[in-house]
Ligand binder design. Structure first.
Ligand SMILES: CC(C)(COP(=O)(O)OP(=O)(O)OC[C@H]1O[C@@H](n2cnc3c(N)ncnc32)[C@H](O)[C@@H]1OP(=O)(O)O)[C@@H](O)C(=O)NCCC(=O)NCCS
Length: 350
């Protein structure tokens, strides 16, 4: 038997002191943004001819005026490719330089291969590992958190993160409670790590599987595979308890935004721009009011695109970057809520 002498704890130099002083932190930076929305527009007036609804009801309850619908020959990867090309061009990065492609989507091209692998082939990004990420409308922020780990660890140097959705394929066009809400589109960012003050400051992810039944697609997976019966019962379409989801969303978003600001010891007034997931204008306005932010510091585009799920934040970001609302030094708060349930935030210094 051997006995071990208790070890004297070694003295550890405090980080940032003396000879080993650390430089500025390594942070994930967004070096390019891009987005794509298919050209076909479906207005509230068009929907009036399809289900028992009205332009006034949709506008008042959601803030949506119109949404885009993908062509029959388009899949999520096609939308992703267009958004990715714009982002890569802005970043001046060639596809061959990418180390990782992440696609956040609930409407992949097929069960497998992943939409990220399809996109990798389309772009000719031969060096890149590729996989999809499923976190519904929070997918982009979950993807940002995943990419951030790889980049700050030094595993990868250049990451392409895309949110791409074709919800028009999974909504029931006879269910007025859901079909008026969603639209198709894609948004992309190119990410790389750089030292300095600017970049991603933190991400905050949450889930509650207990409330998964509020928003889900029952069939099409291993639980209820596609059968004539499942198709007949419409189980491949989005089911949502809208009212309950709304209440949970407001509470969850309020909590995650508070957590984010407290984490950095910042008051809400420090936020220059809020870029929220675009589900419902009333949710967005409620969050802006709780933060005391005027609406001109909130990026809203759901009036033109509806809820594009994982694509909504990168589409809104790209729009705000290209029209100059996003300026160097701006503190940007991102927040999202979606099926799972999942919700998340990210704080970013541009
Ligand atoms: C879906 C949503 C817009 C519905 O708004 P709401 O004010 O909650 O409305 P309700 O669901 O309570 O429905 C109110 C009435 O409008 C009716 N209605 C629903 N959809 C309608 C439509 N498109 N047109 C007209 N009437 C409609 C309902 O049938 C209901 O009628 P009733 O009172 O006779 O039963 C809203 O609940 C919402 O945005 N929810 C959250 C969405 C979200 O955040 N999802 C997660 C992220 S993806």
């Amino acid at each position: 038997m051997t006995t071990r002498r208790p070890q004297t704890p070694r003295r550890v130099k405090p980080v940032g002191s003396g000879r080993f002083a650390v430089g500025p932190a390594l942070r994930t930076r967004i070096v390019g943004t891009g987005s794509y929305a298919p050209p076909t527009v479906l207005t509230n007036r068009d929907l009036e001819r399809m289900v028992d609804t009205s332009d006034a009801w949709i506008l008042e309850r959601t803030g949506i005026r119109e949404r885009r619908i993908a062509g029959h020959d388009e899949a999520a990867s096609d939308l992703a490719r267009e958004a990715a090309r714009h982002a890569l061009r802005m970043a001046d990065v060639r596809p061959k330089e990418l180390d990782l492609i992440l696609v956040a989507t609930s409407t992949p091209d097929m069960v497998f291969p992943s939409t990220a692998c399809v996109l990798q082939k389309m772009l000719g990004a031969k060096q890149a590992a590729a996989f999809d990420l499923s976190a519904a409308c929070s997918g982009f922020l979950y993807g940002l958190a995943v990419a951030d780990q790889f980049l700050r660890c030094g595993t990868y140097k250049k990451v392409l993160l895309v949110g791409s959705e074709i919800f028009s394929r999974i909504v029931d066009w006879q269910d007025r409670a859901t079909c008026v809400l969603f639209g198709d589109g894609a948004g992309a960012v190119v990410l790389q790590a750089e030292r300095g003050r600017r970049g991603l400051l933190s991400t905050h992810l949450h889930s509650d599987g207990n409330q998964g039944h509020l928003l889900y697609v029952p069939a099409g997976g291993s639980r209820i595979p596609a059968t004539p019966k499942s198709l007949e019962e419409g189980l491949h379409f989005v089911k949502m308890k809208g009212n309950e989801t709304f209440r949970v969303a407001v509470r969850a978003l309020e909590a995650v935004v508070t957590e984010t600001l407290q984490n950095h010891g910042l008051p809400p007034s420090a936020i220059d721009l809020l870029i929220p997931h675009q589900a419902n204008f009333r949710i967005i306005r409620a969050m802006a009011e709780r933060l005391g932010l005027p609406m001109d510091r909130v990026v809203v585009n759901l009036d033109r695109y509806g809820n594009t799920s994982a694509a909504s934040i990168p589409m809104a970001l790209d729009e705000a970057v290209r029209d100059g609302r996003v300026q160097a030094g701006h503190l940007i708060l991102f927040e999202a809520f979606g099926g799972g349930l999942t919700w998340a935030s990210a704080l970013y210094r541009w």
